[in-house]
Design a protein around this ligand. Structure first.
Ligand SMILES: [Zn+2]
Length: 150
């Protein structure tokens, strides 16, 4: 499981291309934090827009708990993400008065349940259950899915 950063209160009229650039900047900033060992492409970023917004708030969720992710490392992570949001606000978001970044829900990987859904989808009928119209798939008996192998 990889981290998700949710940015709240993005102005409603923030252009898509500016958000794409911001996404790339945040992903790179996270990858650059020493001691974190997270790849840029593993960071997912979600934006929530708001009318008449005057601030940006980012929550970093689903960060795995690891001994090397010390208070100092997490502080660097927050600062790096805050720098990206501040730079964005200075150039693209005139009404922005403040930027905040918090670490949200952290996880213990060993207490996480992940079901590999893609491996359950029947490869013969691609999950549809039918090979052709009215022709039930023999591999999954027409259900489209295979029995989970826990
Ligand atoms: Zn099938």
């Amino acid at each position: 499981m990889s981290p998700v950063i949710t940015v709240y209160r993005m102005p409603e009229d923030a252009p898509e291309d500016s958000l794409e650039r911001l996404t790339g900047n945040i992903q790179q900033a996270v990858a650059n934090v020493d001691g974190l060992n997270i790849k840029a492409e593993d960071v997912e970023i979600i934006y929530y827009r708001k009318i008449n917004s005057t601030r940006l708030t980012a929550v970093i969720d689903l960060l795995a708990i690891k001994p090397e992710r010390t208070t100092e490392v997490l502080q660097r992570l927050r600062s790096m993400v805050a720098d990206c949001l501040r730079d964005y606000a200075l150039s693209k978001f005139e009404k922005c008065k403040a930027v905040s970044v918090v670490i949200g829900l952290r996880i213990r990987p060993e207490e996480t349940t992940t079901c590999d859904i893609s491996s359950l989808r029947c490869p013969d009928c691609k999950g549809r259950g039918n090979l052709r119209v009215y022709d039930r798939c023999p591999r999954c008996d027409g259900t489209g899915t295979l029995t989970p192998d826990y």
